[in-house]
Design a protein. Structure first.
Length: 258
């Protein structure tokens, strides 16, 4: 897979999962914060502080006050991002994606299906339907497009399987959960930084310099970066996710400026 020439790095994983610490640029990343006992989050997610000064996923309880990006994971379920996967939609038959168990931020909009020639996105429930459990896409004939037999691009995130986790390898304690083995402490990147993350809304179309906002609980986007949402401004797009490099580059302004 090709990387941007600005930040060349050696990819150790065949899947884009969490945060790419090799390419991310940051200076302040203290590991002294205490994670809220019941919260879970993945590396590269936005978090906030609760009333007890504990770190929780950003957007919890309807409050969206970004404090920074998590450097490590407090969860046993990981998600990987896929950009530009090509499938052919024939008639109204269900077409399988390469993966099942897709992440759906809301009732619709968890997967972006788009025209490979124009780049224009199709609308879920108007042009197609998606089964997030099985990982399938079905063309809606009444919508007129995509055309019967059209090959489309698909952007989505999916839950990494146990077999894939074993292939990836685990940490020294044979766990994905990096926080519980550190006395509940979590490292948060909370100053100006450039973050390469897969924890973003895959249904959006991103362009360099687009304004980015923190996802809200109302949009079922807690902890995720999105575009054009009602949450606070967190930065701008530094790098657009592509099929070769599904990480979103975020020029993060820091929590005091957000």
């Amino acid at each position: 897979m090709a990387f941007s020439p600005q930040f060349e790095a050696f990819r150790v994983s065949s899947r884009a999962i969490g945060i790419d610490l090799i390419r991310s640029v940051y200076t302040r990343n203290l590991g002294t914060y205490v994670a809220a006992p019941l919260t879970t989050f993945r590396a590269g997610m936005l978090v906030q502080l609760n009333a007890s000064q504990q770190v929780e996923i950003c957007g919890t309880g309807g409050v969206t006050l970004p404090f920074g990006f998590t450097k490590y994971t407090k969860a046993t379920t990981l998600f990987a991002s896929v950009i530009g996967e090509q499938i052919q939609l024939n008639g109204i038959a269900a077409t399988n994606l390469a993966h099942a168990a897709l992440r759906t931020p809301g009732a619709t909009g968890g997967i972006r299906v788009w025209n490979l020639t124009t780049g224009v996105s199709y609308t879920e429930a108007v042009h197609y339907t998606a089964n997030y459990v099985n990982g399938t896409v079905v063309r809606i004939v009444a919508g007129g497009s995509p055309a019967d037999g059209e090959i489309v691009g698909c952007d989505y995130a999916y839950q990494v399987t146990e077999a894939e986790l074993k292939f990836e390898g685990r940490n020294f304690w044979n766990l994905q959960n990096d926080v519980d083995i550190q006395d509940g402490k979590i490292t948060v990147i909370n100053d100006w930084s450039i973050i390469f993350t897969t924890q973003y809304d895959p249904s959006q179309t991103y362009e360099v310099n687009n304004a980015l906002t923190a996802g809200t609980s109302g949009d079922v986007l807690t902890g995720l970066v999105t575009k054009g949402g009602a949450g606070p401004f967190v930065g701008r797009v530094f790098q657009v996710p592509t099929a070769d490099d599904p990480f979103l580059g975020v020029n993060y302004v820091g929590h005091l400026s957000a």
